[in-house]
Design a protein around this ligand. Sequence first.
Ligand SMILES: O=C([O-])CC(=O)C(=O)O
Ligand SMILES: [Mg+2]
Length: 212
Amino acid sequence: MENFVQHGTKCIGVAANYRSLLKVLNRSTPDVPDFFMKPPSSYITEGQKIIIPKGFSVNEEIELGVVIGKHGRKVSECKAMDIVGGYCLALDMTATCRLGLARQTGGSWTLGKGFDTACPVSKFIPKSQIPDPHNVELWCTVNGVEKQRGNTDDLVFNIPFLISYISEYITLEPNDVIITGSPPGMGPVTKGDVIAGGITGGESMKFDVDAE
Ligand SMILES: O=C([O-])CC(=O)C(=O)O
Ligand SMILES: [Mg+2]
């Protein structure tokens, strides 16, 4: 799991999973979570640049990633934390131009969420460093200016629920990552920007933005 990116496994994202974000979007709380997938080819690690595809508009979203440690199929909520191997920070880079279109037409989120470099991640965070994953404060700055701050105590669907729900339908495998959703404040980034994100008092990461 320390090398989860190199293993090239799937990344499953949860859409609109912060109560504070739903409030900003003026949306009611959903009954079930909504997911999308990012391909393994979208991962980058520190030292690599986020590259905005030609003509795309892209937002940053800071999220807590859950790195799966054990095979899981139809995992109950009470056993869900047993298959968690650790955590990471992730930027769910989102091509708003494509996502807006997908929402209008009912089309797929694949390009909006899955273009190359759309999933910058931190190094692996051992499970022991986050004893309570539902009380983790996340922050994100762009060029040193704070854009996002949120706490995972604000998640609509918590980690055991997400693992149980996803694994009912999709087998979870070691090194898979579930990115748990973004707090509000995300906005467009452009070439030359520097995005930093972290956990208050813990791990942090930094990525330069470039464009095609
Ligand atoms: O980009 C979106 O619309 C949904 C999403 O990933 C999030 O809320 O984290
Ligand atoms: Mg997201």
